[in-house]
Design a protein around this ligand. Structure first.
Ligand code: EPZ
Length: 430
């Protein structure tokens, strides 16, 4: 069984480079379907989820060329089918973006309903409502989201909830619709803006991405492009928290500090030093943490994808902290695992009440989903003794070279593949 073995206690010190944004990459890879010309994408993170998206495109006839580890050329001139339902597509969330781009280019598509992290109910009603507003017939049949339209016509779409997925999916469909589309109450996350910028570099006309009204003027055809994906806000945030909870000093490089503001301000509030420069942030933690309150919100609020990581830090803060999860209703499943490390947290509905403790101690725990898994790694880095984390496949969906990057900052962490390797690790570190 593949596990991360961690010997906690080392402060993280040094510099780390952040990779491309996973959740932008998923929309952008699906967007490559919108043209029969070649798109070259740089800064694609080398992750399970991006590999699944590329494999799905390859299976239906796309030509995928890996220029180097993070640069990929995609040509979707000869697409054999508009049905995307392989096992990989069923497992990940981002595959629903194929629905938008298939509908945009081919005016039809059949995409297996997405899986992804089990963090609460994850309906696709807003995606369906938007596709219908553009003139498509939309149904769920045999586990697939099935769309078909004689023509796509621009429309006013008001999203009932702020949804990253629906906003991106509707942009993908509307760029090739006739006339003007308005997406109101749109998500403003950096990856929404990045997908819009990518589509614009293919010849789309999208304005207002990053505000809550996105205006799209449909064009007849999109062309090839060369595009570089923005840095991953959540990978960067996870390293900021790892630096903080290990009482370290880390320069997190290749990021956009503006995207990190909600996280930086919470770290300042609890007593860390945060220094921003043009494309880097340094986090230094030397004092005990103060308690605080956090509520997850759509961007520019505190990201739900950073909620487990901040809970880990507050688990070690003085006093009582309150964290409210307002995006997904089932995102505290990791708290039982954190309790095994000694955290004192009570969950009531969508609120975690955290009584800070002096220290965590290592234990055997499991990653329940991607971000919670990363947070448990961060907790293990701060814990006294050895922590072993199971189900790391979740973490590998969203963090490239996670143990290697942490080890380069001085963490004692290793991916182990057998009992023997685990024993060797324990023998080496004690
Ligand atoms: C995206 O999920 C991300 N996934 C998630 O990241 C992230 O947690 C989430 O946005 C919020 O930022 C991808 O980009 C692949 P939403 P998504 O649609 O698009 C409700 C990670 O760890 N909703 O913005 O699925 C929904 O239930 C993952 O990288 C509807 O009601 O999230 C939720 O309460 C985990 N109907 C809220 O909106 C819909 O049709 C926000 O969801 C769609 C969503």
């Amino acid at each position: 069984m593949r596990q991360y073995a961690i010997k906690g206690g080392n402060p993280l010190v040094g510099e780390v480079e952040i990779g491309g944004a996973k959740n932008a990459a998923l929309g952008i890879i699906a967007g490559a379907l919108l043209t029969d010309e070649t798109v070259e994408i740089e800064n694609v993170p080398d992750l399970r989820d991006t590999a699944v998206m590329l494999e799905a495109l390859k299976e239906v006839g796309a030509k995928i060329e890996k220029v180097d580890r993070h640069t990929i050329r995609i040509n979707c001139a000869n697409i054999l089918t508009t049905k995307f339902d392989n096992d990989g597509v069923k497992r990940i969330r981002g595959s629903y973006y194929f629905a938008g781009s298939l509908l945009g280019r081919f005016k039809e598509g059949e995409v297996a309903l997405p899986g992804g992290c089990n963090i609460g109910s994850r309906p696709v009603d807003q995606h369906m409502k938007g596709f219908r507003a553009l003139g498509a017939d939309v149904d769920i049949e045999h586990g697939c989201l099935v769309t078909r339209a004689d023509a796509l016509v621009g429309s006013h779409i008001f999203l009932d909830v702020v949804s990253v997925g629906a906003t991106i999916n509707l942009m993908l469909a509307a760029v090739l619709a006739q006339g003007q589309t308005y997406i109101e109450n749109a998500a403003k996350e950096p990856h929404v803006v990045d997908v819009a910028n990518f589509l614009n570099s293919m010849g789309a006309v999208i304005k207002g991405a990053g505000t809550d009204v996105i205006r799209i003027k449909g064009v007849e055809k999109l062309h090839g492009c060369h595009y570089s994906i923005i840095p991953d806000q959540i990978e960067a945030g996870t390293f900021m928290l790892a630096a903080a909870v290990t009482k370290g000093d880390v320069l997190i490089k290749n990021i956009i500090p503006k995207h990190m503001e909600s996280i930086s301000s919470k770290l300042l509030e609890i007593g860390c030093e945060v220094e921003e420069s043009d494309d880097a942030i340094r986090v230094v933690a030397s004092k005990p943490f103060r308690h605080t309150q956090v509520k997850t919100m759509p961007y520019p609020g505190f990201p739900t994808d950073m909620q487990p990581q901040i809970v880990v830090a507050l688990g070690l803060a003085d006093g009582t902290s309150i964290v409210t999860e307002s995006i997904f209703e089932n995102r505290f499943r990791y708290v039982d695992e954190l309790t095994r490390l000694g955290a004192n947290i009570k969950v009531e509905g969508n609120t975690a009440i955290i009584e800070g403790v002096n220290k965590f101690t290592g234990a055997n725990i499991s990653a329940p989903d991607l971000r919670a898994g990363a947070a448990l790694v961060v907790a293990g880095l701060a814990a006294e003794g050895i922590t072993v984390i199971d189900d790391i496949h979740y973490i590998e969906r969203g963090y490239e070279d996670f143990p290697e990057k942490l080890a380069s900052l001085g963490a004692e962490i290793k991916l182990v593949d057998s009992d023997e390797e685990l024993q060797k690790f324990k023998f080496k570190v004690v």
